[in-house]
Design a protein around this ligand. Structure first.
Ligand SMILES: Cc1cc2nc3c(=O)[nH]c(=O)nc-3n(C[C@H](O)[C@H](O)[C@H](O)COP(=O)(O)OP(=O)(O)OC[C@H]3O[C@@H](n4cnc5c(N)ncnc54)[C@H](O)[C@@H]3O)c2cc1C
Length: 389
């Protein structure tokens, strides 16, 4: 029977970053990362939109993204001269109607206090900056001049996975089938292979399956898979310096090389958990919801057609659409890194580092993540992020 000091469940971006930063923070014990799908064909990490922003409504989320941005800026120092994730600092442009303006302006103040390089501009200024944009019905937009953009999610994940090779981290290909507890401690993880791994500590990094994994330990975590479809289209005209645009309707679009990616047509009102096996994109969204919005907002997109689509699952926290980070208050050797609700790719290094600090030093040192703790979940007290894209 094997024994590891730490077992991390899920080996995509969050699980890999936790393992990476444990070693960076000087953890010398044994670590196993359990991953059932080592090609990551269905993980949120590789099915995401691979973008990073500063435009959040709460300071803690901005700080987590800024940590990752700092890593992007010194990627070669950290991972070697070959390291490249194709980071394009194209910015986000979040538009608001007159009704949405107070929230956009309040968020902008929070972002400015965190020194994020975001400008708030009225319709006229936006038309000058982006001549291809129709500002009909738009009161203002918040634009990230630097510090926001998109990158290659596969390359980013592989950087961490490769870096782990030299760090004595056991990569186990299997599905976690059960978690054993003795009173208020988890003591072992059982695998679908029949193997049983004894452990001193478990980190839940199972993405959209985080709620199910917590359930195996007898714990309640309001995180479930929510399906999100992304569409690829081509357009005759190339729009110079196009940022990732978020329309007031929630529809987003950004360039990706010679094509464009779009989505955001899901209606969260009354939405239920996705079937964990359903990765079929909802094609009707493109014609019925997305195209009419894009054709109005960007007249150059009047005659577009989706050529390809995919669907992934958000790791959706139904309480407040924010991450759950840190120890379970009663089962103290079960740690959460869950519930990112659509912004976990950009937060993963920061959260990996924060959890490593908590495990190795007993406290957060770089970014205080206590506000993301499980205590709010237990109390049913939301810590809400308003900018969920
Ligand atoms: C369409 C879409 C667009 C997104 N866009 C962005 C974006 O632009 N920016 C951003 O920051 N975030 C974005 N996200 C969110 C982001 O992708 C996730 O928050 C992030 O990838 C979560 O990482 P993770 O490692 O926790 O989860 P995942 O990448 O899902 O990894 C979890 C891993 O756990 C494994 N696992 C689960 N259960 C078990 C088990 N029982 N045994 C063994 N292994 C198990 C899975 O196989 C999986 O590989 C997007 C998500 C989607 C779906």
């Amino acid at each position: 029977m094997a024994r590891y000091d730490i077992v991390i469940i899920g080996g995509a971006i969050v699980g890999s970053s936790v393992a990476y930063y444990l070693r960076e923070q000087g953890f010398t014990g044994t670590i196993a990362v359990i991953e059932r799908d080592p090609q990551f064909t269905r993980s949120a990490t590789t099915l995401s939109l691979a973008s990073i922003r500063q435009q959040f409504s709460i300071p803690e989320n901005i700080r987590l993204s800024q940590f990752t941005l700092g890593l992007f800026r010194r990627l070669k120092e950290e991972f070697g001269t070959e390291a490249d994730i194709g980071f394009r600092e194209g910015g986000y442009l979040i538009l608001a109607t007159p009704e949405g303006l107070p929230v956009l302006a309040a968020n902008h103040q929070v972002q400015q206090a965190e020194k994020a390089d975001i400008v708030l501009e009225n319709g006229e200024a936006l038309s000058r900056r982006f001549p291809w944009l129709s500002t009909d019905g738009i009161a203002a937009g918040a634009y990230g001049r630097t510090g926001e953009g998109w990158f290659d999610a596969h390359a980013y994940l592989q950087l961490f996975r490769k870096a782990l090779r030299g760090k004595a981290v056991e990569m186990v290909t299997a599905s976690v089938a059960g978690i054993e507890r003795q009173g208020s401690q988890v003591v072992a993880v059982t695998l679908d292979t029949g193997e049983r791994l004894e452990t001193g500590l478990v980190v839940n990094a199972a993405g959209p399956d985080g709620g199910r994994i917590a359930g195996m330990a007898g714990l309640v975590l309001p995180v479930e898979p929510r399906k999100r479809s992304v569409f690829v289209f081509e357009a005759r005209e190339r729009l110079a310096d196009m940022p990732l645009l978020v329309d007031p309707s929630g529809i987003y679009v950004r360039p990706e090389g010679s094509v464009y990616l779009t989505g955001g047509a899901e209606n969260e009102e009354g939405e239920e958990a996705a079937d964990p096996m359903d990765f079929e994109p909802d094609w009707s969204q493109f014609e019925e919801t997305i195209w009419p919005v894009l054709a109005t907002r960007i007249p150059a997109f009047e005659a577009i057609k989706a050529t390809r689509a995919w669907a992934g699952h958000y790791d959706y926290n139904t309480l407040d659409q924010n991450a759950v980070i840190g120890h379970h208050p009663d089962v103290s050797n079960f740690l959460f890194a869950n519930g990112f609700s659509g912004h976990g790719l950009q937060q993963a290094p920061a959260v990996g580092n924060a959890l490593a600090e908590l495990i190795v030093h007993g406290a957060y040192r770089s970014i205080d993540c206590s506000a993301f703790g499980y205590e709010r979940i237990a109390a049913g007290r939301p810590f809400r992020e308003l900018n969920v894209i």
